[in-house]
Design a protein around this ligand. Structure first.
Ligand SMILES: [Cu+2]
Length: 237
């Protein structure tokens, strides 16, 4: 028997079995309504030097101009009770570049390492400001070229804010989730929560300014689709 062919067949079978027991939840977030114009960020002199082409703008509504809404945190909110998940060994990275946090919205699993890096030639002061009990607030200066500051959070928190005490415009929002089943939408609104086991779930799409929407999603074999619409309310404008 041809060994290579046997291995290929085995791999295909394994992939097929995987398909039956887990699938992706894919979808698109649509923004209904016109978001307010973004504002110019007023940088200080040192940070201004890092933006020779002009000051960056706020990123309250990241859109593709065709209805797609980015930076929406999407995660399985209910349906995983009683399950525990291995904590990924690799750290998620939050960078400080041009006196902005990057990414602006991201996710990490509870107890997983979050490494805050600096790419900047200026001093930052990293200050997570959790609102959920058990998640630790701290406040650490970070000099240029110094090593990453490492964080981990015990409890789920949507979304946990990081700020910089030197630069009052610097914020990042991190979704801390007790499972690996989360995603952040791209600029065109699309997202994918990968490899979700079969089951019935409540999936929530959370946008910091636009609010949250939930829906029931059933995952069987093949991908499940979950599209969301976030409607702008007056107070968001
Ligand atoms: Cu800073």
């Amino acid at each position: 028997m041809n060994l290579k062919r046997t291995l290929t067949a085995t791999a295909a079978l394994a992939a097929a079995l995987q398909m039956v027991s887990a699938a992706d939840i894919v979808g698109k977030i649509t923004l209904k309504g016109t978001p307010p114009p973004e504002k110019d960020i007023q940088l200080d002199a040192n940070c201004g030097k890092l933006h020779p082409d002009g000051n960056p703008k706020t990123k309250f509504f990241v859109t593709d101009g065709k209805g797609g809404l980015g930076d929406v945190f999407v995660y399985i909110k209910d349906g995983l009770t009683g399950k525990t998940f291995e904590v990924p060994a690799e750290a998620k990275v939050l960078d400080q570049k041009g006196c902005e946090y990057s990414p602006y919205v991201s996710g990490v699993q509870t107890k997983q390492k979050l490494a805050v890096h600096t790419s900047d030639p200026v001093l930052h002061n990293v200050h997570p400001t959790p609102a959920v009990a058990g998640n630790k607030e701290s406040n650490m200066a970070q000099l240029p070229k110094s090593k990453d500051l490492e964080y981990s959070f015990e409890n789920q928190e949507i979304l946990l804010r990081f700020k910089c005490d030197v630069h009052p415009w610097m914020f990042a929002y991190v979704g801390v989730v007790s499972s690996p089943y989360y995603s952040v939408s791209e600029k065109d609104g699309t997202f994918k929560i990968a490899n979700v086991p079969a089951g019935s779930y409540t999936v929530e799409a959370f946008h910091r300014k636009g609010g949250k929407v939930t829906q029931q999603v059933k995952v069987e074999s093949g991908n499940a689709t979950a599209d969301f619409t976030i409607e702008l309310k007056e107070e968001a404008k």
